[in-house]
Design a protein around this ligand. Structure first.
Ligand SMILES: [Zn+2]
Length: 345
């Protein structure tokens, strides 16, 4: 994650500057996934630590503190996130110098949660004096990954804040956070950027079919960039191609082929695909996969509305268990056969 301030965040930034003289000790940045909240949090952290910020509060980029920050070695800065994210970042090889904390047993799968030891380590960090007698900043994300013991431990720090310490929590779904945590943070709501702004940014990143990927991610530009650049892109294209010609044999073959895929993502692709078929049938509009208009139109004429609605309901139930199915292959077979049965041949 690189600190960054995106065009669509300027208002939030200005608002933040208005708080600078009486800085809250804990912030909660919240809003939809994939719009750059974490980058904003890091940008904010860098500026709060900078020794010489400009009149708009932007970090100078030249002082000792900014230097440390870009080396990921600032002594007064901590980043707290699930171990799994460290692992993923290392695999992605984006060149960050910060080593991932190794789990005790090498064979243990990295945790998707923020665990209590990570929060305990923060109390040590908060008990030593800051390197330059300045501020201490902690960025924690995603806050909904805090498990219960960790959330309770964090609550103590939020209730009795250490001097000169600023917490910046980031969350995609604040409804999953403890109300006691919410009430102790200054909340900054960050909304979805305006479509033209998001599209212009995505195009400037050199993404072909930027509109397709942006639509696919519901308008969230960073999420769109992620998928457009990932291997998932090919997998998605192949999946949609197969969905275009539903038949029992294609369903079974596809289930075999996709059994190693990330099931919650696969289910969400199918959910969006169905949404498009349904929406096309009702209003003639396609939201997620405009590139497949011909196929979607064809499928819309071959399915009855009640059957589509039944399938959409069933997919919601499947999504709830998609991260831990009994067997990935059976799960997919079941889902794809049910899908195929909705369309008249
Ligand atoms: Zn600086």
């Amino acid at each position: 994650m690189t600190p960054a301030l995106f065009d669509w965040q300027n208002d939030t930034w200005d608002y933040l500057q208005s708080l600078r003289d009486r800085l809250p000790h804990a912030f909660l940045l919240h809003g939809p996934k994939g719009i750059g909240k974490t980058q904003f949090a890091e940008y904010m952290a860098k500026s709060l630590l900078c020794e010489n910020p400009d009149s708009q509060g932007h970090a100078c980029g030249a002082c000792g503190s900014c230097g440390w920050f870009s080396q990921y070695s600032h002594p007064d800065y901590r980043r707290v996130r699930p171990e799994l994210l460290d692992e993923e970042e290392q695999t992605a090889g984006d060149g960050e110098a910060e080593p991932a904390p190794k789990s005790a047993k090498a064979s243990k799968a990295p945790s998707k949660e923020i665990v209590i030891n990570q929060i305990r380590a923060l109390s040590d960090f908060m008990n030593i004096s800051t390197h330059r007698q300045g501020r201490r900043v902690i960025v924690l994300y995603p806050a909904e990954a805090l498990n219960t013991p960790a959330a309770n431990a964090l609550l103590k720090s939020l209730e009795e804040p250490a001097a000169n310490t600023v917490f910046i929590l980031v969350s995609d779904s604040i409804d999953k956070l403890l109300p006691t945590i919410l009430s102790r943070c200054h909340k900054l709501a960050m909304g979805m950027p305006a479509y033209p702004q998001a599209l212009a940014w995505l195009e400037a990143q050199g993404i072909r079919d930027a509109d397709v990927w942006l639509a696919h991610q519901g308008g969230a530009p960073l999420a769109a960039l992620d998928i457009a650049q990932s291997e998932l892109r090919a997998e998605l294209d192949e999946f949609l191609k197969q969905l275009s010609k539903p038949a029992p044999e294609t369903g079974l073959k596809l289930a075999e082929k996709m059994q190693k895929s990330d099931l919650p993502i696969t289910v969400s692709w199918l959910q969006r695909w169905l949404y498009d078929i349904f929406s096309y049938k009702q209003t003639g509009r396609i939201r997620y996969y405009p590139r497949y208009e011909r196929e979607i139109r064809n499928l819309a004429t071959r399915a009855q509305t009640p059957a589509l609605m039944g399938l959409m309901k069933s997919l919601n139930e499947k999504q709830a268990i998609a991260s831990h199915p009994f067997s990935a292959k059976l799960f997919l077979e079941d889902m794809l056969l049910e899908y195929g049965a909705v369309f008249e041949q």
